[in-house]
Design a protein around this ligand. Structure first.
Ligand code: NIG
Ligand code: FE
Length: 412
């Protein structure tokens, strides 16, 4: 057999090769292959077996994993990738106890990033997005979801979406695009959120035609959009053929989790204050809970999403950074894996499902990403770690030794 790339001498290999999304107690069931090897050809995985058998394979390039841990490339299912400026001055306000929604109400928060994004040129936004993508890649991410939502006018939302599309072409990482025009109410529409949602939904056709986004998302929150408004808006999006996502029950318990299930969203995201009923409904649905514990940490709160209960009830959970300039400023999903262990009480096995196979399903990529199996994309990470439990355990640093995207070394 002749292949492009052979990764051999793997200590532990996590293939995460399961029919996902992986729900409930199945998230705690892990197959670990010891002493394995993986081969890729034309960017795809073509062979998985023991390192002993791999000696018969002729590879153009052989990578010795030196007994280290190898997993699928991480899948990051929720980011606000494209934005102008930064918001470091908000940290002092947070320290003084000014709540996140209060900062927003005063025209700061998301709205300050909206101003910076409106002012930024297309090229500057692209350059910045590519920078953050490099950093994600360095930390072991090989597929990422990216939301718009810092334009809040037609022109700037489209600018963000076009930047995302070009970044997907220019950067080796795969980007899945989500239209989050309904992220906040801009000052021009302060008195008329309905009219604003109308304006954003006028973009649906163009976004579809130009293939600028696969999903439509909305921030269902006090002072932003109500459950009723969200329902109507999302139904319109569904009719136009978009998959649905919701920023649900992040700060106030409005019933966004229940709404995500009701409208058949692919994911309900945040769910930090989901109700008992919301958790039950999530567990008996096909909607994946995308959990963002870094946001709770970064907003200085202590009400973490009840992901433990969600899994115990039978739900499928993914975990993400929520990378954005306000509520969670990090590209390091490994750090979030540690927070998931410490604050959500998830096991390392559950966490690996949450950042690979389930994260891929949460962004409609379950068929190609998040799993090491023949025919899948050759996206793998060699970690400076002796076993899979080590990554959440040793926190706050980058453990990625070699990141391989489509069979090519992207970062070493
Ligand atoms: O997921 N909640 C709304 N959106 C983001 C925060 C965006 C921002 O603060 O810029 C979130 O937390
Ligand atoms: Fe978010």
């Amino acid at each position: 057999m002749k292949v492009d790339t052979l990764i051999t001498n793997i200590g532990q290999l996590l293939t995460m090769d399961k029919k996902g999304p992986v729900k409930g107690s199945d998230m705690n069931d892990l197959t670990v292959m010891e002493g394995a090897a993986v081969a890729t050809e034309n960017g795809k995985i073509v062979w998985i077996g023991s390192a002993e058998k791999a000696v018969n394979i002729h590879a153009d390039k052989t990578i010795d994993a030196d007994g280290k841990l190898v997993t699928p490339g991480l899948v990051e299912p929720h980011t606000h990738l494209v934005f102008g400026g930064s918001r470091e001055e908000e940290m002092a306000l947070k320290q003084q106890g000014v709540p996140y929604l209060e900062i927003l109400k005063q025209g700061g928060g998301i709205l300050s990033t909206v101003n910076a994004t409106r002012e930024a040129s297309y090229d500057d936004l692209l350059k910045k997005a590519l920078f953050h993508l490099d950093r994600m890649a360095m930390h072991g991410i090989t597929t990422v979801e990216a939301k718009s939502g810092y334009g809040l006018d037609k022109q700037t939302e489209l600018k963000q979406l076009h930047v995302t599309k070009e970044a997907n072409v220019k950067h080796p990482l795969d980007i899945v695009s989500t239209f989050l025009g309904a992220h906040a109410i801009p000052p021009e529409y302060k008195e008329d959120p309905e009219a604003f949602l109308g304006l954003m939904s006028e973009l649906f056709d163009e976004i579809k035609e130009k293939n600028l986004a696969e999903f439509v998302d909305i921030f269902t929150e006090t002072g932003v959009f109500s459950v009723e408004q969200s329902r109507r808006y999302l139904k319109k999006a569904k009719e136009k053929g978009f998959g649905l996502k919701i920023h649900a029950d992040e700060i106030d318990q409005l019933g966004g989790t229940e709404l995500a299930v009701e409208v058949g969203a692919i994911s309900g995201e945040h769910l930090a204050v989901a109700s008992d009923n919301g958790i039950k409904q999530l567990a008996s649905s096909n909607t994946i809970g995308v959990i963002l514990p870094g946001t709770v940490f970064y907003l200085g709160k202590d009400t973490y999403p009840r992901a433990r209960e969600m899994i115990d009830e039978g739900a499928a959970i993914a975990v993400s950074t929520d990378f954005n300039p306000g509520s969670s400023v990090t590209e390091n999903l490994q750090l979030i894996m540690s927070i998931a262990a410490l604050k959500l009480k998830l096991t390392p096995t559950e966490i690996w499902h949450a950042v690979t196979v389930n994260a891929a399903h949460a962004i409609g990529r379950g068929h190609e990403a998040g799993t090491i199996a023949t025919g899948r994309m050759g996206d793998l990470v060699i970690w400076d770690a002796p076993n899979y439990m080590y990554i959440p355990y040793h926190y706050g640093v980058n453990h990625a030794n070699t990141v391989i995207k489509n069979g090519e070394v992207l970062y070493k």
